[in-house]
Design a protein around this ligand. Sequence first.
Ligand code: DGL
Length: 274
Amino acid sequence: MIKPAPIGIFDSGYGGLTVFGEIRNLLPQYDYIYLGDNARAPYGPRDFDTIYHYTLECVQHLFDMGCQLVILACNTASAKALRSIQQQDLPNIDPNRRVLGVIRPTTEIIGNFSKSGQIGILATAGTVSSQSYVLEIEKFFPELTVFQQACPMWVPLVENNEHQNDGADYFVEKYLNQLLSMSGEIDAIVLGCTHYPLLINKINNFLPNGIRVISQGEIVAKSLQDYLMRHPEIEQVCSKNGQIRYFTTESARVFEEKAGIFLGTNVHADHLAL
Ligand code: DGL
């Protein structure tokens, strides 16, 4: 008999909170453990092996806390580590547990947002180089043309709480211009990194009218709701007391302060030693 436990939500840092906020709004009845690997963020510029090992280590910690279902609320980890964890590691660790990512739910519906058939993806260097978005979109919407732009400075701006300051404008405008210079027909842009919605005001300021910006939070939350409905065996092992715990691999005090700002609520966090 498996003991019901919280759903684990993982990100390299604060970005996963943009997804978690929507999950918590849609599915408040469940318990959650959020783990941010802030000590080792950003993941984006790191190589495949490093991202895989960091992600697996964090997933294992969430499993050790009892989680039966873990959401990688991180595109970089979803692109670089998810498949290996699902195919190589889970069968050995515990075939009953599940790890899900954020790229698949996004690419499944992306075609609904574009009329021109030209889509832009803004993501970390790791996600862009993995080609995960291009390959997944090709499966569901082969008629779409996908343009990708890596935005390596955006995650550090968020992790250092500089994303709302004037200095951020330069890098927001720079990467948007680089993407838009690839095609004048792009009419939908995916924020393919869970940190990027925290830059949404600046992104909207620099984009011409008529381009739809797609954040993943609501998409992933709805997809999780749907998954739990389709998988009662997993739903039953998710505990339901509406409780949330936060862990960070960095300073708990700093996490509490910043996560409180991002979520608009008081947060208590604990330090997780790796
Ligand atoms: N939030 C992450 C993502 O969705 C990763 C950011 C990073 O650590 O570079 O890709």
